[in-house]
Design a protein around this ligand. Structure first.
Ligand code: HEM
Length: 388
């Protein structure tokens, strides 16, 4: 009896707390030792703290990574399970390797929104990704891009005309808005033949951004918050504190708008004004999808294409314009290089065989020089959506 009561007395709260703290410490130290010396990424340089925790990546994440790259070299361990690369070769090293037609480096779950929403950009399953990529691949062939090129010129010409007219006003123009409108108007038309007319309607004060643009811009930072919380799963319940509550209802409106656009586009099959990406998702001679899952997948895929053709392109138009205006030397070099390389104003993909099968769009801008003369800049942007 005496021995039993002694045993019970040994499990005091103090004792239990000591054991718990001891066990956690042993676990934390063993984990840190494993991550530092035995983990497959342990041979890569980087801040010591990054090898054992994500915690150092607080604040201005891209700048923290940039500093680490400058300090430690071209391949840096930025988190226990992550490397950041700073070489052009990394692009092919990461995106090209395949095994039996499946990518070796599959998508992370950073953007995962659930079943049937993977489309292509968020599709983690390599077999499904491959299937979708194969369908879309011809959309990015040189032939297909050439077919779409006139539409690109049409939108760019409209943008340039508007800039010439409005840019001369004393108030100037809000360039970031205009480049977003340009990129999204063009992308929606290229993707599913929708005319968004954001550039045209911008002059009417009662007309706002499209619901897509409003949602995407409002949720941009929340999307980053979600990705950050993926690194700290225990804290994930707090992520919703950062959601733009005022815009949540808009999200549902956007989804409804997309469903309507997709339904409309399916109806238009074979009767559209011009070829678009949707022709590759649901070809004119194929049966119209009716199953809910398939329609959801198609909606997600179409939206991703529109989104992919807007986001980076809007940034590119804006960044290129601002930087070229700020750096006259670079502007001069670029103009010279382009005028010497291309015989005619329209970009001709055949001149650059290495770019074949990549998605290429061309834009040309007219910019007023400070001496009053007009310069036309032809840009080419390219992108390989990793379709093999
Ligand atoms: C400056 C322009 C662009 C840049 C910098 C860019 C960048 C990227 C990057 C880094 C990825 C890889 C994302 C990942 O690993 O999941 C990606 C994927 C993708 N992009 Fe772009 N992009 C650009 C323009 C475009 C355009 C105009 C389109 C046409 C709609 C497009 C369509 C796609 C698609 C479909 C994917 C998914 C590819 C796949 O998962 O196989 N991109 N883009």
């Amino acid at each position: 009896m005496t021995s039993q009561s002694n045993d019970a007395g040994a499990f005091t709260p103090y004792f239990l707390a000591t054991v718990a703290v001891g066990a956690i410490s042993v676990y934390a130290i063993s984990r840190a030792l494993y991550l530092l010396y035995f983990h497959p990424l342990s041979s890569f340089p980087g801040p010591r703290i990054a090898a054992i925790s994500n915690i150092w990546l607080s604040g201005r994440y891209p700048w923290a990574i940039e500093t680490a790259l400058r300090e430690y070299g071209r391949v840096v361990r930025i988190a226990p399970n992550e490397l950041a690369f700073f070489t052009p070769e990394a692009f092919t090293d990461i995106y090209l390797p395949h095994h039996k037609n499946h990518e070796i480096f599959v998508k992370t779950n950073f953007q995962n929104r659930g079943k049937d929403f993977g489309g292509i950009i968020w599709e983690e399953n390599p077999s499904r990704h491959r299937e979708v990529a194969r369908k879309l691949s011809p959309a990015f062939s040189t032939r297909s891009i050439r077919t779409m090129e006139p539409l690109v010129h049409q939108y760019i010409d409209y943008f340039v005309a508007k800039m010439k007219k409005l840019g001369a006003a004393p108030a100037g123009v809000e360039l970031v808005k205009w480049t977003n409108w340009l990129a999204m108007d063009l992308s929606a038309d290229l993707t599913w033949n929708e005319k968004m007319y954001q550039m045209r309607d911008s002059l009417f004060p009662q007309v706002k951004d499209s619901v897509h643009l409003d949602v995407l811009l409002s949720f941009n930072s929340f999307a980053t918050v979600l990705q950050v919380f993926k690194r700290f799963p225990l804290l994930s319940p707090f992520q919703y504190l950062f959601a733009p509550m005022g815009k949540v209802r808009l999200f549902a409106t956007m989804e409804k708008t997309i469903r309507n656009s997709v339904a409309w586009r399916i109806e238009q099959k074979g009767n559209t004004e011009h070829v678009d990406f949707f022709d590759y998702i649901v070809p004119a001679n194929s049966a119209s999808p009716t199953e809910h899952r398939e329609v959801t997948h198609i909606g997600s895929l179409a939206f991703q294409l529109m989104f992919a053709g807007w986001g980076p392109m809007g940034d590119l138009y804006y960044g290129a314009l601002v930087l070229l205006i700020q750096e006259p030397e670079c502007y001069k070099t670029l103009t010279k290089e382009i005028r010497e390389k291309f015989m005619r104003p329209m970009f001709k993909p055949a001149y650059l065989p290495s770019l074949e099968t990549q998605a290429i769009s061309t834009i040309h801008f007219a910019i007023d020089r400070s001496d009053g003369s007009l310069a036309t800049i032809h840009f080419m942007t390219l992108h390989s959506p990793m379709i093999t």
